[in-house]
Design a protein around this ligand. Structure first.
Ligand code: ARG
Length: 391
């Protein structure tokens, strides 16, 4: 019997390897790590550990596919309750890549290290079931605690990467870094500076503001300060530049799919910059009605992603609508970064629905007298209602 394990190299998934042999009776365990832009050292570490502890290891590069998904996210201003959806968007892609290996390896089951309390189990399972695989989730099935896992790992000669002092569960990819667990599980406890790795404390950020220009073509970011960059490089660079200014920290209460509320901490400098810029440009070029309707579409889009339901036909339909609106979202936005904040300060598009000539205080292109007729009807029902109620 052969198992294919979705592998991060962390404690949970590493403990799965001996568990699959001892408790589940597999004679072969194959690990798969999918590269979606997490730090290079992390991918390397997973590869080393996979090769050391499992029978065979695969590292799959899915960075470009992840960037394509992030472009969809940017067009949809992806946001669930204030969360930028990095982990959520990556999960189904990771699952698809693991399935490819499982098919090639003729595996009897696919294994993941998710617990029974979070969202990730749902996002993974959905794709694994879609391809007809048996799913094994030892952390969920065996109700294991981290303490038990550390002891079990030691007994099996597995190096334990987390220490008792820093017992955080971290998930990283190109778009965001999420930090959970340990002392952070008390929402009344203010996060210590040590949890952050991508962002400078805003208090220690440069004392001088910096302007950055983002150029979009059909809703997709293509250049920073006039320099054209690949999607991957553009996001990587913005994480660096905006992270230095302390931009993109979130500390929030989040409603998980199962209904549990969770305290979540995130870092996401590029995401904050790009969504702020993209929203600003949309306000210049989309009509009032488009903007209003798109908000509902975005909310639905974000919920599908959060729930791991991107295989639903609704996801394709929403993206088709969004793509139609993005045809004119071409232009640039300049933003001012300063000590944790980012504010749009200038924007331009050849598709702007804005007309300086019409709106300016200083022009006569519109005959203002025409507004009077409109104004006579505006508020008509309210005026009638107030009159009745007074009588
Ligand atoms: N709350 C986020 C989500 O559901 C992030 C989960 C990240 N997982 C982790 N082990 N830190 O998408």
């Amino acid at each position: 019997m052969k198992a294919v394990l979705s592998y991060s190299g962390g404690l949970d998934t590493t403990v799965c390897i001996p568990l699959l042999r001892e408790k589940y009776g597999f004679d072969e365990v194959v690990t798969v790590t999918v590269d979606i832009g997490q730090p290079v050292e992390e991918v390397k570490r997973a590869e080393e550990r996979g090769k050391k502890y499992a029978d065979r290891h695969y590292t799959i590069n899915a960075k470009e596919e992840f960037v394509q998904l992030l472009f969809k996210l940017i067009k949809a201003n992806g946001d669930y309750e204030g969360y930028v959806l990095g982990t959520a968007l990556a999960r189904p892609l990771i699952a698809e890549k693991v399935v490819e290996v499982a098919k090639k390896e003729n595996a009897d089951a696919i294994v993941h290290g998710c617990t029974g309390k979070g969202n990730d189990q749902l996002r993974f399972d959905n794709i694994f079931y879609q391809h007809g695989f048996r799913v094994i989730a030892p952390m969920r099935e065996l109700n294991l605690t981290r303490e038990w896992e550390m002891e079990y790992a030691k007994q099996h000669g597995i190096e334990v990467p987390v220490t008792k002092e820093k017992p955080y569960s971290v998930d990283e990819n190109l778009w965001s870094r999420s930090i959970e667990g340990g002392k952070l599980e008390n929402p009344s406890f203010e996060p210590p500076e040590e949890i952050y790795e991508w962002t400078t404390n805003p208090e220690n950020a440069p004392d001088k503001p910096e302007i950055i220009e983002i150029q979009f073509e059909q809703g997709i970011p293509v250049a920073v300060n006039g320099e054209r960059l690949s999607g991957f490089e553009l996001i990587r660079r913005l994480n660096e530049i905006a992270g230095k200014h302390g931009i993109g920290r979130t500390d929030m209460m989040e409603d998980r799919v199962l209904g549990l509320k969770a305290r979540e901490n995130y870092e996401h400098p590029a995401a904050t910059i790009l969504i702020t810029a993209h929203r600003d440009l949309e306000k210049l070029v989309l009509s009032r009605r488009e903007l209003k309707f798109k908000k509902y579409v975005e909310e639905e889009w974000a919920e599908l992603v959060y729930y791991g339901l991107t295989n639903d036909p609704l996801f394709d339909a929403l993206n088709a609508f969004i793509d139609e609106t993005q045809k004119r979202v071409t232009g640039w936005v300049r933003l001012k970064m300063f000590k944790g904040s980012v504010i749009p300060v200038a924007r331009y598009s050849e598709f702007a629905l804005y007309s300086e000539e019409l709106v300016s205080f200083d022009t006569t292109a519109i005959d203002q007298r025409h507004a009077e007729g409109y104004s006579r009807f505006h508020g008509l029902q309210g005026r009638i209602y107030r009159k009745i109620m007074k009588d």
